[in-house]
Design a binder for this molecule. Structure first.
Ligand code: CUA
Length: 153
């Protein structure tokens, strides 16, 4: 008899939980944090700024450079980039396939790249050295190989 009560209680709790998640995701339109824009993941290669991955100098903006990344299993494009010391850089990143991480070791940059969404962060590299970009979201068999390098010179 008690089993039945607990079963109903368990199912009830599950229903409540799922509706809370559902409502927050669809009704309130929750999106991943640090995400401003959306993009069609199938067209990433042809759509600006992702048609030109890498460091691009820009004029008339609050930042000096845009550093564009396209992530896909299991690498980043570009795989290595040189950034001038002290430059104000807007990092713009997205993924072509599945969820990837984008963490720059030794900085406060840590983003979650989701297909269809564009992540942006403005930062200044004011310390010389090599920074490792790593994927911190499990994305498949090559997850541990996925990295890129930022050289600040
Ligand atoms: Cu990409 Cu893990």
């Amino acid at each position: 008899k008690f089993e039945k009560i607990w079963l109903i209680f368990g199912i009830g709790a599950l229903v409540v939980f799922l509706s809370v998640v559902g409502v927050s995701a669809f009704y309130l339109g929750n999106k991943p944090p640090s995400c401003l824009t959306t993009i069609d993941p199938k067209k990433v290669d042809t759509e600006a700024p992702f048609d030109k991955p890498g460091l691009n100098k820009v004029e008339g903006k609050e930042w000096d450079y845009e550093l564009v990344y396209v992530a896909s299993a299991f690498f980043y494009n570009p795989g290595e980039v040189e950034v001038p010391l002290g430059a104000k850089v807007k990092v713009i990143a997205t993924t072509k396939d599945v969820v990837h991480g984008f963490q720059v070791a030794g900085t406060n940059i840590n983003m979650m790249l989701e297909p269809g969404y564009v992540n942006e962060i403005v930062t200044t590299f004011d310390k010389e050295g090599e920074y490792l970009v790593v994927c911190n979201e499990y994305c498949g068999t090559g997850h541990h190989l996925m990295s890129s390098k930022i050289k600040v010179v």
